[in-house]
Design a protein around this ligand. Structure first.
Ligand code: AMP
Length: 383
């Protein structure tokens, strides 16, 4: 039965990164309390939570202690053992439910779910040995992408295979017992739909995003995606179908490839708010983080209406190569918002923050956010 959790309730968040941080900010703004558990301390989420617990995700005693003090548990990171989610679920409601995490944290299970339910995705094969990789490559054809079956994100554990000579070294280098070989898609663009489903089954999509990746990591998002509205509508309908088939409660993101022939293929499902939805914090009536709070607390979903065209650019640790970025310079753009995640150590490829620009068109927003990001390291302009 649906239980509505009023402000003052404790939301337990497994994981302690930037997604948990922005969720906690939204939750605390509405008067909720946030407890976070992760193996780290002084974390992006912990810094803005009421309670930060340091324990491994597999420490079931610590996980049970954390869950017993919460009114509901959610997660901001998918590489959490299913047993830990189940241990929470024995004590308190968990949204999305453990099965959603179990399916989406493993590429093979996720792709099998997509095919079984009739959702479009790139052709793939299950691979467990170098010999199976050869057979799979012969069936799918090259180029193809070899991906570890579990625990991958931001392109980690992936190899592009262009010729038969690439197969054996790629199998060695991913060092996994299980992998997926996927046809390389020469896509027109990448899109994503962030959407929420509440405990009554109501569905609320945010505007479709157009995403550009660099080195497999999201670089730039513009919203609403400047694409044929029929394609946007189809992406939203596929997303609705996926959330329903998963019987998910919460905010999820479905990432798509749009092929050159106009076909949408699901690339990945993230069972949580997503980097491509960060623009909603500044540009929509309800952010993806507030929406997650509403869904897990049994509140009605908020409006996902976008108030201004927006663009979001990630701020990676690479920008620290020449010293601390010049924050003042980004602040000089009056319609650009700076978000920093409180991470202490900037490393190349690490997501340290993001910038969101609002404008009168997505083109203008995109130019503006990239100019603001470039200004962060433009030391010549300082002298
Ligand atoms: P993933 O971690 O699977 O989302 O992959 C990260 C990024 O790598 C994607 O957003 C794409 O830019 C690229 N990529 C992954 N799989 C493929 C594929 N089958 N064909 C073309 N590009 C891909």
């Amino acid at each position: 039965m649906k239980r509505v959790l009023p402000p003052g309730s404790v939301i337990g968040v497994l994981g302690s990164g930037q997604l948990g941080r922005m969720f906690a900010i939204a939750a605390r703004r509405m008067g909720y309390r946030v407890h976070t558990l992760s193996p780290d301390e002084d974390t992006p989420t912990g810094q803005v939570s009421d309670v930060e617990i340091r324990a491994s995700y597999g420490d079931l005693d610590a996980v049970r202690g954390f869950a017993s003090r919460a009114d509901v548990v959610t997660f901001e990171f998918e590489n959490i053992p299913t047993a830990s989610i189940e241990a929470c679920a024995a004590l308190v409601p968990v949204h999305p439910r453990a099965e959603v995490l179990h399916i989406t944290q493993h590429r093979l299970r996720e792709k099998t779910f997509l095919v079984k339910n009739g959702f479009p995705c790139a052709p793939f094969r299950h691979v467990r040995s170098a010999a199976e990789l050869e057979t799979a490559a012969a069936q799918i054809g090259l180029p193809a992408v070899l991906k570890t079956a579990g625990f991958g994100y931001d392109g980690k554990g992936q190899r592009l295979l262009k010729s038969p000579q690439d197969l054996a070294p790629a199998w060695e280098s991913i060092g996994a017992a299980e992998a997926v070989l996927e046809k390389f898609i020469d896509f027109e663009c990448e899109l994503s739909v962030v959407a929420a489903r509440d405990q009554d089954g109501c569905f609320a999509p945010f505007p479709v995003c157009l995403n550009t990746h660099s080195q497999h990591i999201l670089d730039l998002t513009v919203a609403p995606a400047p694409i044929d509205p029929r394609i946007a509508a189809r992406a939203v309908e596929i997303t609705r179908g996926i959330l329903e088939a998963l019987d998910a409660v919460g905010v999820l993101c479905v990432e798509f490839f749009l092929t050159r022939s106009g076909e949408l293929l699901v690339n990945e499902i993230a069972p949580r708010p997503h980097n491509s939805g960060h623009y909603s914090f500044d540009a929509c009536v309800t952010s993806q983080f507030e929406q997650q709070l509403r869904a897990v607390c049994g509140l009605p979903l908020g409006s996902t209406e976008q108030m201004r065209p927006a663009a979001m650019a990630n701020v990676l640790g690479d920008l620290w190569a020449g010293g601390e970025p010049l924050w003042r310079r980004a602040a000089a753009f009056p319609e650009v918002k700076l978000h920093l995640y409180g991470k202490l150590e900037p490393r190349p490829g690490r997501k340290m923050g993001h910038l969101t620009a609002l404008a009168h068109s997505v083109e203008e927003a995109s130019e503006r956010v990239q100019a603001a990001r470039a200004a962060l390291t433009d030391r010549a302009a300082e002298s």
